[in-house]
Design a protein around this ligand. Structure first.
Ligand SMILES: Cc1cc2nc3c(=O)[nH]c(=O)nc-3n(C[C@H](O)[C@H](O)[C@H](O)COP(=O)(O)OP(=O)(O)OC[C@H]3O[C@@H](n4cnc5c(N)ncnc54)[C@H](O)[C@@H]3O)c2cc1C
Length: 309
């Protein structure tokens, strides 16, 4: 079939990889001028890694399956127990493996400790945190040349008895199937489902990659601190970098204001150049580097249409 995927984010690219592998003719339309490499890092859990493996995307996450607590039986389709250099793992692993998630309250008292290696052993896939740019590059590199058409914003989609017509900056084209993977302000959703904008959930997330937390970057533990104002997280993201983020309420009440203050004073979202964690804005309008060894890069996005992270 002729299939149009609108949006070359993680969702659109992953789907395109699977559709191409199944023999479809695929066109990805992306409004940005090139790969959307902005952002900090994302954590791909074992089930996501398994889904990507099924779509033909190797992240280097496969590990041998084995006994898990409680005596459950490993269920991985990759139950061959491939090691790091086993079949399908020819590509270098992305980011850093996360074995443990530790959550503390605002006073540092432990709330929870989750052993993620249980997931590894169940599924044969690690949990890894990786720079978003690296994931986008890995997904893009596996597509046939010319599959993605950049600088092509889709304006609308019209469904008819003979397929769907996609109106974009490049003209009008007909496809058998159109998939909207164009994010929370989706033009496809506006055309096909509802013109109403996605509802904002009232939370902002500020994220960055930094090289100034080597103890965390060198470990295998993700840290979450939860308080009344929101959540702070830190995850090893590979190559000496740590992903940090603040999830804070966006309301104008005292909670939101209090939570944002330390972020601003660290130089993010308003900028205080010269502070130890000097930040570079990397909003979609100015996608500056996210992977510099000792640089810290901040992104701020308004969460919409979702219930948080
Ligand atoms: C630049 C960027 C940085 C991010 N950074 C992080 C991060 O650091 N940490 C984290 O946890 N999550 C981050 N996210 C969010 C995370 O990647 C997504 O929530 C999740 O992966 C969902 O992806 P998606 O493919 O559904 O949509 P998105 O990732 O939002 O991708 C949608 C794509 O569609 C394109 N698009 C939008 N409208 C149109 C249109 N009309 N026509 C054509 N193309 C269009 C966009 O340019 C984008 O490339 C980021 C998202 C983006 C876009």
């Amino acid at each position: 079939m002729d299939i149009c995927v609108v949006g070359a984010g993680i969702g659109g690219l992953a789907l395109a990889r699977g559709l191409v592998a199944d023999g479809h003719r695929v066109r990805v339309l992306e409004r940005a001028a090139g790969p959307t490499r902005g952002g900090a890092a994302v954590t791909i859990f074992s089930n996501g890694a398994a889904a990507l493996t099924d779509l033909g995307v190797e992240l280097g996450t496969r590990v041998p399956v084995g006994p898990v607590p409680g005596g459950a039986i490993p269920v991985s389709p990759a139950a061959g127990g491939f090691g790091p250099s086993g079949p399908g793992n020819g590509q270098p692993p992305l980011g850093a493996p996360i074995e443990t998630l530790t959550s503390v309250d605002a006073r540092g008292r432990r709330i929870m400790r989750a052993d993620l290696t249980v997931l590894w052993r169940h599924t044969g896939q690690q949990v890894r945190t990786m720079p978003r740019a690296a994931l986008i590059d890995r997904l893009t590199a596996g597509l046939p040349a010319g599959t993605i058409r950049y600088d092509t914003a889709v304006e609308s989609v019209r469904a008819g008895s003979d397929g769907a017509k996609v109106v974009s900056a490049a003209g009008t084209d007909r496809y058998d199937v159109v998939v909207g993977a164009d994010g929370h302000r989706s033009a496809v959703r506006r055309s096909v489902v509802s013109p109403a904008p996605a509802a904002e959930v009232g939370w902002d997330t500020w994220q960055g990659l930094t090289g100034v937390l080597p103890a965390i970057a060198g470990g295998r533990t993700g840290l979450l601190a939860v308080g009344t104002a929101g959540l702070v997280g830190m995850m090893p993201a590979g190559q000496g970098r740590t992903q940090w983020w603040f999830d804070v309420r966006r309301d104008d009440g005292p909670t939101g204001r209090r939570a944002r203050t330390p972020v601003r004073s660290a130089g993010c979202g308003g900028g205080s150049p010269g502070t130890p964690n000097r930040c570079r804005s990397c909003s979609p309008a100015s996608p500056t580097p996210t992977s510099g060894g000792t640089r810290t890069c901040c992104t701020r996005s308004r969460t919409a249409g979702a219930t948080g992270r």
